[in-house]
Design a protein around this ligand. Structure first.
Ligand code: 1CP
Length: 362
Protein backbone atom coordinates (compact mmCIF):
# COMPACT_ATOMS: atom_id res chain seq x y z
CA UNK A 1 0.00 0.00 0.00
CA UNK A 2 1.14 3.48 -0.91
CA UNK A 3 0.73 4.67 2.70
CA UNK A 4 3.14 2.00 3.96
CA UNK A 5 6.08 3.68 2.23
CA UNK A 6 8.10 6.68 3.46
CA UNK A 7 6.63 10.01 2.24
CA UNK A 8 7.99 11.36 -1.04
CA UNK A 9 10.34 14.33 -0.63
CA UNK A 10 10.85 15.19 -4.32
CA UNK A 11 7.76 15.12 -6.53
CA UNK A 12 9.14 17.15 -9.48
CA UNK A 13 8.91 14.15 -11.83
CA UNK A 14 5.29 13.42 -10.94
CA UNK A 15 4.25 17.06 -11.27
CA UNK A 16 5.93 17.42 -14.67
CA UNK A 17 4.41 14.10 -15.82
CA UNK A 18 0.95 15.40 -14.93
CA UNK A 19 1.65 18.34 -17.19
CA UNK A 20 2.58 20.99 -14.66
CA UNK A 21 5.25 23.53 -15.35
CA UNK A 22 7.93 23.03 -12.69
CA UNK A 23 10.53 25.34 -11.13
CA UNK A 24 13.15 23.38 -13.06
CA UNK A 25 12.96 20.27 -15.22
CA UNK A 26 13.13 16.96 -13.33
CA UNK A 27 15.92 14.81 -14.79
CA UNK A 28 16.82 11.13 -15.07
CA UNK A 29 18.37 9.06 -17.86
CA UNK A 30 17.24 5.87 -19.50
CA UNK A 31 19.55 2.97 -18.49
CA UNK A 32 20.93 5.05 -15.62
CA UNK A 33 21.77 1.86 -13.69
CA UNK A 34 24.15 0.22 -16.09
CA UNK A 35 27.54 -0.66 -17.40
CA UNK A 36 28.95 2.89 -17.47
CA UNK A 37 29.02 2.75 -13.64
CA UNK A 38 32.04 0.94 -12.12
CA UNK A 39 29.93 0.00 -9.07
CA UNK A 40 27.45 -1.72 -11.43
CA UNK A 41 30.25 -3.61 -13.21
CA UNK A 42 31.46 -4.82 -9.81
CA UNK A 43 28.06 -6.32 -9.04
CA UNK A 44 27.89 -7.87 -12.51
CA UNK A 45 31.35 -9.42 -12.09
CA UNK A 46 29.85 -11.48 -9.23
CA UNK A 47 26.32 -12.12 -10.53
CA UNK A 48 24.56 -12.99 -13.79
CA UNK A 49 22.32 -10.40 -15.43
CA UNK A 50 19.01 -12.15 -14.72
CA UNK A 51 20.28 -13.20 -11.30
CA UNK A 52 20.48 -9.47 -10.47
CA UNK A 53 16.96 -8.97 -11.84
CA UNK A 54 15.60 -11.91 -9.82
CA UNK A 55 17.27 -11.12 -6.51
CA UNK A 56 15.43 -8.19 -4.90
CA UNK A 57 18.41 -7.20 -2.71
CA UNK A 58 20.68 -6.98 -5.80
CA UNK A 59 18.08 -5.23 -7.96
CA UNK A 60 17.56 -2.71 -5.15
CA UNK A 61 21.30 -2.17 -4.79
CA UNK A 62 21.90 -1.41 -8.49
CA UNK A 63 18.74 0.71 -8.74
CA UNK A 64 20.11 2.85 -5.91
CA UNK A 65 23.66 3.14 -7.26
CA UNK A 66 23.01 6.16 -9.50
CA UNK A 67 20.74 7.71 -6.83
CA UNK A 68 23.59 7.59 -4.30
CA UNK A 69 26.27 8.72 -6.72
CA UNK A 70 24.21 11.64 -8.03
CA UNK A 71 22.44 12.51 -4.76
CA UNK A 72 20.50 15.76 -5.07
CA UNK A 73 20.90 15.77 -8.87
CA UNK A 74 18.69 12.86 -9.99
CA UNK A 75 14.90 13.18 -9.73
CA UNK A 76 13.84 9.56 -10.34
CA UNK A 77 14.92 5.96 -9.85
CA UNK A 78 13.98 3.26 -12.39
CA UNK A 79 13.71 -0.29 -11.15
CA UNK A 80 16.55 -2.50 -12.36
CA UNK A 81 15.13 -5.17 -14.65
CA UNK A 82 14.84 -5.67 -18.40
CA UNK A 83 12.09 -5.58 -20.99
CA UNK A 84 12.82 -9.25 -21.78
CA UNK A 85 11.44 -10.54 -18.46
CA UNK A 86 8.02 -10.52 -20.18
CA UNK A 87 8.98 -13.03 -22.91
CA UNK A 88 10.52 -15.13 -20.11
CA UNK A 89 7.24 -14.96 -18.19
CA UNK A 90 5.46 -16.13 -21.34
CA UNK A 91 7.66 -19.21 -21.35
CA UNK A 92 10.61 -18.27 -23.59
CA UNK A 93 14.21 -18.83 -22.67
CA UNK A 94 16.34 -15.66 -22.82
CA UNK A 95 20.09 -15.37 -22.20
CA UNK A 96 22.15 -12.21 -21.90
CA UNK A 97 25.57 -12.72 -23.49
CA UNK A 98 26.16 -9.77 -23.55
CA UNK A 99 23.10 -8.81 -25.64
CA UNK A 100 19.78 -10.67 -25.56
CA UNK A 101 19.78 -14.17 -27.11
CA UNK A 102 16.77 -16.50 -27.49
CA UNK A 103 17.87 -20.10 -28.14
CA UNK A 104 14.39 -20.95 -29.52
CA UNK A 105 12.78 -17.92 -31.18
CA UNK A 106 9.28 -17.96 -32.69
CA UNK A 107 9.92 -19.01 -36.28
CA UNK A 108 6.31 -19.40 -37.38
CA UNK A 109 2.89 -18.80 -35.82
CA UNK A 110 2.78 -22.51 -34.92
CA UNK A 111 5.48 -21.74 -32.33
CA UNK A 112 3.08 -19.46 -30.43
CA UNK A 113 1.53 -22.66 -29.06
CA UNK A 114 4.71 -23.01 -26.96
CA UNK A 115 3.84 -19.83 -25.05
CA UNK A 116 1.81 -19.59 -21.88
CA UNK A 117 -1.48 -17.99 -22.87
CA UNK A 118 -2.56 -17.08 -19.35
CA UNK A 119 0.41 -15.67 -17.52
CA UNK A 120 0.11 -15.40 -13.74
CA UNK A 121 2.28 -12.29 -13.31
CA UNK A 122 2.49 -12.76 -9.55
CA UNK A 123 3.94 -16.23 -10.05
CA UNK A 124 6.22 -15.45 -13.02
CA UNK A 125 7.24 -11.85 -12.24
CA UNK A 126 6.67 -11.60 -8.49
CA UNK A 127 10.42 -11.08 -8.13
CA UNK A 128 10.06 -7.70 -9.89
CA UNK A 129 7.25 -6.71 -7.53
CA UNK A 130 9.38 -7.73 -4.54
CA UNK A 131 12.31 -5.68 -5.90
CA UNK A 132 10.03 -2.65 -6.36
CA UNK A 133 8.68 -2.85 -2.80
CA UNK A 134 12.17 -3.27 -1.37
CA UNK A 135 13.53 -0.39 -3.46
CA UNK A 136 10.67 1.90 -2.39
CA UNK A 137 11.60 1.32 1.24
CA UNK A 138 15.32 1.77 0.58
CA UNK A 139 14.73 5.03 -1.30
CA UNK A 140 13.22 6.54 1.86
CA UNK A 141 11.15 8.87 -0.29
CA UNK A 142 14.19 10.58 -1.85
CA UNK A 143 12.79 10.34 -5.40
CA UNK A 144 9.89 8.52 -7.10
CA UNK A 145 10.39 5.00 -8.47
CA UNK A 146 9.60 4.26 -12.13
CA UNK A 147 8.29 0.84 -13.19
CA UNK A 148 8.45 -0.23 -16.83
CA UNK A 149 7.90 -2.81 -19.53
CA UNK A 150 8.72 -3.23 -23.20
CA UNK A 151 6.08 -2.40 -25.80
CA UNK A 152 4.42 -5.28 -27.66
CA UNK A 153 6.04 -4.53 -31.04
CA UNK A 154 9.53 -4.23 -29.53
CA UNK A 155 9.07 -7.46 -27.54
CA UNK A 156 7.57 -9.21 -30.58
CA UNK A 157 10.65 -8.28 -32.59
CA UNK A 158 12.99 -9.87 -30.00
CA UNK A 159 10.80 -12.97 -29.67
CA UNK A 160 10.72 -13.53 -33.43
CA UNK A 161 14.26 -12.39 -34.30
CA UNK A 162 15.78 -14.22 -31.35
CA UNK A 163 17.82 -11.16 -30.35
CA UNK A 164 18.71 -7.70 -31.52
CA UNK A 165 18.54 -7.03 -35.25
CA UNK A 166 19.69 -4.52 -37.81
CA UNK A 167 17.00 -5.17 -40.39
CA UNK A 168 14.05 -6.68 -38.47
CA UNK A 169 13.65 -8.96 -41.47
CA UNK A 170 12.13 -11.90 -39.58
CA UNK A 171 9.83 -9.77 -37.42
CA UNK A 172 8.63 -7.79 -40.42
CA UNK A 173 8.15 -10.94 -42.50
CA UNK A 174 5.69 -12.05 -39.82
CA UNK A 175 3.74 -8.78 -40.06
CA UNK A 176 3.34 -9.12 -43.81
CA UNK A 177 3.06 -12.87 -44.16
CA UNK A 178 0.92 -13.54 -41.09
CA UNK A 179 -0.80 -10.23 -40.24
CA UNK A 180 -3.66 -11.72 -38.22
CA UNK A 181 -1.43 -14.11 -36.28
CA UNK A 182 0.96 -11.20 -35.63
CA UNK A 183 -1.87 -9.08 -34.23
CA UNK A 184 -2.99 -11.95 -32.03
CA UNK A 185 0.52 -12.36 -30.64
CA UNK A 186 0.90 -8.59 -30.14
CA UNK A 187 -2.35 -8.51 -28.20
CA UNK A 188 -1.31 -11.53 -26.11
CA UNK A 189 1.89 -9.66 -25.19
CA UNK A 190 -0.12 -6.50 -24.44
CA UNK A 191 -2.31 -8.36 -21.94
CA UNK A 192 0.74 -9.62 -20.06
CA UNK A 193 2.26 -6.11 -20.11
CA UNK A 194 -0.92 -4.58 -18.67
CA UNK A 195 -1.10 -7.08 -15.80
CA UNK A 196 2.62 -6.66 -15.19
CA UNK A 197 2.33 -2.85 -15.00
CA UNK A 198 -0.67 -3.04 -12.66
CA UNK A 199 1.33 -5.38 -10.41
CA UNK A 200 4.22 -2.90 -10.43
CA UNK A 201 1.93 -0.09 -9.27
CA UNK A 202 0.53 -2.28 -6.51
CA UNK A 203 4.10 -3.06 -5.45
CA UNK A 204 5.01 0.64 -5.28
CA UNK A 205 5.90 2.00 -8.74
CA UNK A 206 4.93 5.70 -8.92
CA UNK A 207 5.16 6.20 -12.70
CA UNK A 208 5.17 3.67 -15.53
CA UNK A 209 7.15 3.79 -18.77
CA UNK A 210 6.57 1.65 -21.85
CA UNK A 211 9.68 1.31 -24.05
CA UNK A 212 8.91 0.97 -27.76
CA UNK A 213 12.55 1.16 -28.76
CA UNK A 214 12.02 -0.18 -32.28
CA UNK A 215 8.75 1.67 -33.12
CA UNK A 216 10.62 3.81 -35.64
CA UNK A 217 11.57 0.77 -37.72
CA UNK A 218 7.99 0.58 -38.97
CA UNK A 219 6.44 2.67 -41.74
CA UNK A 220 3.89 5.08 -40.25
CA UNK A 221 0.92 3.07 -41.52
CA UNK A 222 2.43 -0.16 -40.20
CA UNK A 223 3.07 1.48 -36.82
CA UNK A 224 -0.60 2.47 -36.80
CA UNK A 225 -1.78 -0.95 -37.85
CA UNK A 226 0.40 -3.14 -35.62
CA UNK A 227 2.18 -1.20 -32.87
CA UNK A 228 -0.26 1.49 -31.78
CA UNK A 229 -3.37 -0.62 -30.98
CA UNK A 230 -1.62 -2.77 -28.34
CA UNK A 231 -0.04 0.39 -26.86
CA UNK A 232 -3.50 1.97 -26.58
CA UNK A 233 -4.79 -1.24 -25.05
CA UNK A 234 -2.06 -1.21 -22.38
CA UNK A 235 -2.75 2.41 -21.35
CA UNK A 236 -6.53 1.92 -21.19
CA UNK A 237 -6.34 -1.46 -19.52
CA UNK A 238 -3.88 -0.37 -16.81
CA UNK A 239 -6.11 2.59 -15.93
CA UNK A 240 -9.31 0.56 -15.81
CA UNK A 241 -7.77 -2.29 -13.82
CA UNK A 242 -6.36 0.13 -11.25
CA UNK A 243 -9.68 1.91 -10.99
CA UNK A 244 -11.55 -1.38 -10.56
CA UNK A 245 -9.29 -2.19 -7.61
CA UNK A 246 -9.67 1.27 -6.09
CA UNK A 247 -5.99 2.11 -6.66
CA UNK A 248 -5.03 5.68 -7.62
CA UNK A 249 -3.71 5.96 -11.19
CA UNK A 250 -0.05 6.82 -11.82
CA UNK A 251 1.27 8.83 -14.78
CA UNK A 252 2.21 6.75 -17.81
CA UNK A 253 5.01 7.51 -20.28
CA UNK A 254 5.38 6.09 -23.76
CA UNK A 255 8.80 6.12 -25.43
CA UNK A 256 8.07 5.34 -29.09
CA UNK A 257 11.58 5.89 -30.42
CA UNK A 258 11.86 7.13 -33.97
CA UNK A 259 8.20 8.03 -34.52
CA UNK A 260 8.52 11.80 -34.60
CA UNK A 261 6.43 12.09 -37.75
CA UNK A 262 3.49 10.63 -35.78
CA UNK A 263 3.82 12.61 -32.59
CA UNK A 264 0.41 14.27 -32.87
CA UNK A 265 -1.39 11.00 -33.46
CA UNK A 266 0.41 9.38 -30.52
CA UNK A 267 -0.34 12.33 -28.23
CA UNK A 268 -3.99 12.42 -29.27
CA UNK A 269 -4.77 8.73 -29.33
CA UNK A 270 -2.11 6.87 -27.38
CA UNK A 271 -3.62 7.39 -23.96
CA UNK A 272 -0.31 8.28 -22.27
CA UNK A 273 0.44 11.31 -20.06
CA UNK A 274 4.02 11.71 -21.24
CA UNK A 275 5.64 11.02 -24.61
CA UNK A 276 9.39 10.50 -24.82
CA UNK A 277 11.08 11.95 -27.90
CA UNK A 278 14.45 11.20 -29.43
CA UNK A 279 16.91 13.83 -30.67
CA UNK A 280 15.68 13.85 -34.27
CA UNK A 281 12.99 16.43 -33.53
CA UNK A 282 13.49 19.96 -32.26
CA UNK A 283 11.90 20.21 -28.77
CA UNK A 284 10.09 23.47 -29.56
CA UNK A 285 8.65 21.85 -32.69
CA UNK A 286 7.51 18.80 -30.69
CA UNK A 287 5.81 21.11 -28.19
CA UNK A 288 4.22 23.14 -30.97
CA UNK A 289 2.77 19.95 -32.47
CA UNK A 290 1.37 18.39 -29.29
CA UNK A 291 0.29 21.66 -27.64
CA UNK A 292 -0.93 20.95 -24.13
CA UNK A 293 -2.01 17.35 -24.79
CA UNK A 294 0.91 15.57 -23.15
CA UNK A 295 4.06 16.22 -21.17
CA UNK A 296 7.30 15.58 -23.06
CA UNK A 297 10.45 13.70 -22.06
CA UNK A 298 13.89 13.85 -23.65
CA UNK A 299 15.83 14.39 -25.78
CA UNK A 300 19.61 14.94 -25.95
CA UNK A 301 21.57 12.63 -28.25
CA UNK A 302 23.36 10.26 -25.82
CA UNK A 303 26.52 10.58 -27.90
CA UNK A 304 26.87 14.23 -26.87
CA UNK A 305 28.12 12.76 -23.58
CA UNK A 306 31.27 11.73 -25.47
CA UNK A 307 31.86 15.28 -26.71
CA UNK A 308 33.43 16.83 -23.61
CA UNK A 309 32.00 19.21 -21.02
CA UNK A 310 31.80 22.27 -23.26
CA UNK A 311 29.70 20.36 -25.79
CA UNK A 312 27.45 18.95 -23.07
CA UNK A 313 26.87 22.41 -21.60
CA UNK A 314 26.15 23.96 -24.99
CA UNK A 315 23.74 21.19 -25.97
CA UNK A 316 21.91 21.16 -22.62
CA UNK A 317 21.50 24.93 -22.72
CA UNK A 318 20.13 24.70 -26.23
CA UNK A 319 17.78 21.84 -25.30
CA UNK A 320 16.46 23.79 -22.30
CA UNK A 321 15.85 26.90 -24.38
CA UNK A 322 14.06 24.89 -27.03
CA UNK A 323 11.81 23.03 -24.56
CA UNK A 324 11.05 26.26 -22.69
CA UNK A 325 10.65 28.29 -25.84
CA UNK A 326 7.67 26.30 -27.07
CA UNK A 327 4.25 27.89 -26.83
CA UNK A 328 2.08 26.89 -23.84
CA UNK A 329 4.86 25.40 -21.75
CA UNK A 330 3.72 22.17 -20.18
CA UNK A 331 5.46 19.46 -18.26
CA UNK A 332 8.93 18.55 -19.45
CA UNK A 333 11.13 15.78 -18.04
CA UNK A 334 14.78 16.18 -19.06
CA UNK A 335 16.40 12.96 -20.30
CA UNK A 336 18.48 11.62 -23.14
CA UNK A 337 16.80 10.68 -26.42
CA UNK A 338 17.74 7.00 -25.82
CA UNK A 339 19.64 4.99 -23.22
CA UNK A 340 23.06 5.99 -21.92
CA UNK A 341 25.82 3.83 -23.42
CA UNK A 342 28.53 1.88 -21.54
CA UNK A 343 31.54 4.06 -22.46
CA UNK A 344 30.32 7.30 -20.86
CA UNK A 345 32.44 8.78 -18.05
CA UNK A 346 30.12 8.95 -15.00
CA UNK A 347 31.51 12.41 -14.20
CA UNK A 348 30.40 13.66 -17.61
CA UNK A 349 26.90 12.44 -16.79
CA UNK A 350 27.11 14.39 -13.49
CA UNK A 351 27.91 17.46 -15.57
CA UNK A 352 24.83 16.79 -17.74
CA UNK A 353 22.67 16.75 -14.58
CA UNK A 354 24.30 19.94 -13.26
CA UNK A 355 23.72 21.73 -16.56
CA UNK A 356 20.04 20.67 -16.61
CA UNK A 357 19.62 22.06 -13.09
CA UNK A 358 21.25 25.32 -14.13
CA UNK A 359 19.65 25.96 -17.52
CA UNK A 360 16.14 24.55 -17.03
CA UNK A 361 15.17 26.98 -14.27
CA UNK A 362 11.81 28.62 -14.95
O1 1CP B 1 25.36 -7.32 -18.84
C1 1CP B 1 24.64 -6.35 -18.62
O2 1CP B 1 24.62 -5.79 -17.53
C2 1CP B 1 23.77 -5.98 -19.79
C3 1CP B 1 23.41 -4.55 -19.95
C4 1CP B 1 21.94 -4.33 -19.68
C5 1CP B 1 21.39 -3.51 -18.69
C6 1CP B 1 22.14 -2.68 -17.69
C7 1CP B 1 20.84 -4.93 -20.36
C8 1CP B 1 20.93 -5.90 -21.45
N1 1CP B 1 19.66 -4.50 -19.79
C9 1CP B 1 19.96 -3.62 -18.77
C10 1CP B 1 18.99 -2.97 -17.86
C11 1CP B 1 17.81 -2.30 -18.45
N2 1CP B 1 17.25 -2.54 -19.67
C12 1CP B 1 17.03 -1.33 -17.79
C13 1CP B 1 17.27 -0.97 -16.33
C14 1CP B 1 16.82 0.25 -15.76
C15 1CP B 1 17.59 1.49 -16.18
O3 1CP B 1 18.59 1.80 -15.54
O4 1CP B 1 17.15 2.16 -17.13
C16 1CP B 1 16.02 -0.93 -18.69
C17 1CP B 1 14.95 0.13 -18.51
C18 1CP B 1 16.18 -1.71 -19.86
C19 1CP B 1 15.28 -1.64 -21.00
C20 1CP B 1 15.64 -2.30 -22.27
N3 1CP B 1 16.26 -3.52 -22.46
C21 1CP B 1 15.31 -1.80 -23.55
C22 1CP B 1 14.51 -0.53 -23.77
C23 1CP B 1 15.35 0.67 -23.63
C24 1CP B 1 16.34 0.94 -24.74
O5 1CP B 1 17.49 1.22 -24.40
O6 1CP B 1 15.95 0.91 -25.91
C25 1CP B 1 15.77 -2.70 -24.50
C26 1CP B 1 15.66 -2.57 -26.01
C27 1CP B 1 16.37 -3.78 -23.82
C28 1CP B 1 16.96 -5.00 -24.41
C29 1CP B 1 18.37 -5.13 -23.98
N4 1CP B 1 18.76 -5.60 -22.76
C30 1CP B 1 20.13 -5.53 -22.65
C31 1CP B 1 20.63 -4.99 -23.86
C32 1CP B 1 22.08 -4.78 -24.17
C33 1CP B 1 19.52 -4.71 -24.67
C34 1CP B 1 19.52 -4.06 -26.04
C35 1CP B 1 20.11 -4.96 -27.06
C36 1CP B 1 19.77 -4.49 -28.45
O7 1CP B 1 20.33 -3.45 -28.87
O8 1CP B 1 18.98 -5.16 -29.10
Amino acid sequence: MESDFPPLKNDLLLRAARGEETERAPVWVMRQAGRYLPEFREVRAQHGFFEVCRTPALATEVTLQPIRRYAGLLDAAIIFSDILVVPQAMGMEVEMNPGPFFPAPLDTPADVARLRTHVDVQKELGYVFAAIAQTRRALEGAVPLIGFCGAPWTLFSYMVEGGGSRTYQKAKSWLFMYPEESKALLSLIADVCADFLVGQVKAGAQLLQVFDSWAGELAPHHFQEFALPPLQHIAASVRSKLEAEGIAPVPMTLFPKGTNSQLVLIAERGGYDVVGIDWCIEPAEARRQVGGLVALQGNMDPNVLYGGRAAVEREVKRMCESFKGGRAPKGWIANLGHGITPGVDPEDLRWFFECVHKYSKA
